[in-house]
Design a protein. Structure first.
Length: 100
């Protein structure tokens, strides 16, 4: 009934990949728990499976300080620029006349 000769101390198994009947001593267990022919169906575990996953980076600012109060600008009014040294309106910037 079986084409495999009997071996004392060994037993027959079916390969989980190709479903052939083999002696257990001719098979190997994979990292996934499958018993497969060795070396025909055996695949080594990919090296990237052993990679160490990096920990998260520290994204925060190391010397953070609390922010100041919020300053809101009324954009519906023209700006009221003043010279901080004189306390007068800054008239140094004049509109240029356009030659026609
Ligand atoms: Zn196999």
């Amino acid at each position: 009934m079986s084409d495999q000769p009997a071996v004392i101390g060994d037993h027959l198994v079916y390969c989980d990949m190709c479903n052939t009947k083999r002696l257990r001593s001719q098979c190997k267990k994979t990292w996934q728990g499958f018993i497969v022919c060795f070396p025909e169906c055996f695949e080594v575990r990919h090296p990237q499976s052993y990679m160490v996953h990096p920990k998260g980076d520290k994204m925060g600012v190391p010397d953070a300080r609390p922010g100041g109060p919020d300053i809101f600008v009324d954009s519906s009014q023209p700006p009221n620029w003043t010279n901080p040294e004189q306390g007068t309106p800054n008239n140094s910037i004049q509109p240029r006349e356009v030659d026609q």
